[in-house]
Design a protein around this ligand. Structure first.
Ligand code: ATP
Ligand code: MG
Length: 139
């Protein structure tokens, strides 16, 4: 398994607020290489599948509504220790608990609208990247 890659989405609130460029700049400055990237929009089915692990949670319907309401930017990123380092770069799920300087601290609105996604394991990074990209979109 590839262990130096992770998967991210800039969520709809980031695009609505015009933060795409600023967030990509932080990702780039932190040393991640773009392996694949595109702007797209999740269907309800896509979002339900992507976040299936949360389908029993009380916030699931709101999460699907949020993730489908506008375009996202999906990307595969490469760096040593990518999964863990990217989770550090984005900060805690709740921006109020996120460390200073993290992407969620700077750009997120709330625990539910928190600007970015980051894979939580090498296995999920692989699954999530393959969910969004075909082999000839990955470099
Ligand atoms: P992500 O998987 O998007 O990177 P995460 O791993 O930090 O986020 P998860 O626990 O996987 O957090 O939750 C997935 C998403 O569900 C969160 O990013 C957020 O948008 C939403 N969410 C999580 N917990 C809550 C909550 N308590 N209330 C509202 N929304 C929540
Ligand atoms: Mg998660």
């Amino acid at each position: 398994m590839v262990t130096n890659r992770t998967f991210t989405m800039l969520k709809p609130d980031s695009l609505e607020k015009g933060n795409t460029g600023a967030i990509l700049e932080k990702i780039n400055t932190a040393g991640f290489r773009l392996v694949a990237m595109k702007q797209t929009q999740l269907s309800k089915r896509d979002a339900e599948a992507f976040y299936a692990v949360h389908n029993e949670r009380p916030f699931f319907n709101d999460l699907v509504e949020y993730m489908t309401r506008g375009p996202i930017v999906a990307a595969i990123l490469e760096k040593d220790n990518a999964v863990e380092d990217f989770r550090t770069l984005i900060g805690a799920t709740n921006p109020e608990e996120a460390a200073e300087g993290t992407i969620r601290k700077i750009f997120a609105t709330s625990i539910s609208e928190n600007a970015v996604h980051g894979s939580d394991s090498d296995e999920n990074a692989q699954i999530e990247g393959a969910f969004h990209f075909s082999g000839r979109e990955i470099f």
